[in-house]
Design a protein around this ligand. Structure first.
Ligand code: DGY
Length: 331
């Protein structure tokens, strides 16, 4: 009998087929994520979970999934997993880094450009038949090239954005991060480390790429927004909750900052209603990594991690991207 694995949302058929070679699968093939209770009800007897950002594995879920050994997240962000609780119970957790870095950086750049150059607003203006004639002052936006980009969170994606900014758009790049990059990496990226306050004050465009955690909850709120230039834009491709969306909506409404590009929201798919009415907010449904090639790569990496983590396949016992490798050493 094959070991039993839970797949919390639909995924590419070829990935299910690969998982099916090793495991008996229970798949949520509806359009709706399971609630915490629905997930818990399905966890008994499962040794693995193929997880997506719509579901959480926390202490309560682990109470139900007493046989659980591996949680493989199809996402680089892993704020939907209580990793310490998993580690305490010897449950291996994995995520999908690297494969989405460049695609996500492309999208962050697109969103920043869209916010700065009023892309959504201009398109609505045209489609609604409000375009009278060409005029010198129609839909004037903010410069991106040769302006100052501030990056909060300088991991892989932050660095990929810095490369685009410095080498493609001749921007001055400032960054703030928990830890400073080595001098040679800073030099290659042409990026300068500054305090968070300097980042907020000096950036023409602020890009958020910081992981979500209790420490980064509302890391941008009313106080931080008040430090930014009135002409600045803010782009969030990190996670909902990093920004206080109510405070941001207020700052955008009062034009205390110029514009925002937001791919992630507090409590998504719910979006703060005040954001929906704002012309100077470009809003997208958490799609920064959504290209066919990248989503397939993420899905396959999550599957490979699950298979290897449960001791099968060519990398048995050696998943590519463990979040708590100490669990492997204990096994
Ligand atoms: C990620 O991988 O973290 C993306 O945001 C998709 O959830």
């Amino acid at each position: 009998m094959k070991p039993k694995v839970l797949v919390v949302r639909k995924v590419f058929p070829q990935v299910l087929e690969r998982l099916g070679e090793y495991f008996e699968l229970e798949v949520n093939d509806t359009e709706h994520p399971w609630t915490a209770e629905e997930l818990a009800a399905r966890l008994p007897g499962k040794v693995g979970v193929y997880l997506m950002p719509t579901n959480r594995i926390d202490a309560a879920a682990l109470e139900a999934g007493t046989e659980l050994r591996v949680v493989a997240n199809m996402s680089v962000g892993f704020n939907n997993i209580d990793v310490p609780a998993c580690t305490a119970r010897g449950v291996l957790c994995t995520n999908t880094p690297d494969v989405l870095t460049e695609t996500t950086a492309d999208f962050g750049f697109a969103l920043m450009l869209a916010a700065a150059r009023r892309l959504s607003e201009s398109e609505r203006f045209l489609r609604e038949g409000r375009w009278g004639n060409w005029s010198f002052d129609v839909m004037m936006g903010r410069e991106v090239h040769r302006s100052t980009l501030g990056i909060l969170g300088m991991g892989r994606i932050g660095q990929a954005i810095a490369r685009r900014a410095a080498h493609g758009f001749d921007m001055q790049v400032l960054y703030h991060n928990r830890s400073r990059l080595p001098a040679e990496t800073e030099a290659a990226l042409k990026a300068r480390y500054v305090s968070k306050e300097e980042l907020l004050r000096e950036s023409d465009h602020l890009m958020l790429v910081v992981p979500y955690s209790a420490e980064t909850h509302h890391t941008i709120g009313a106080t931080e927004l008040a430090l930014m230039k009135r002409s600045a834009t803010l782009t969030n491709i990190a996670r909902g909750g990093v920004v206080d969306d109510a405070a941001l909506a207020e700052a955008l409404r009062e034009r205390r900052i110029a514009a925002a590009g937001l791919d992630v929201f507090e409590g998504e798919p719910h979006v703060h209603p005040a954001l929906l009415d704002l012309p100077n907010a470009v809003l997208t449904p958490h799609i920064a990594s959504a290209t066919m090639r990248t989503r397939i790569a993420m899905a396959q990496l999550a599957a490979d991690n699950l298979i290897a983590g449960l001791g099968f396949g060519p990398r048995a016992g050696q998943p590519l991207s463990p979040l708590n490798p100490e669990v492997l050493q204990r096994a």
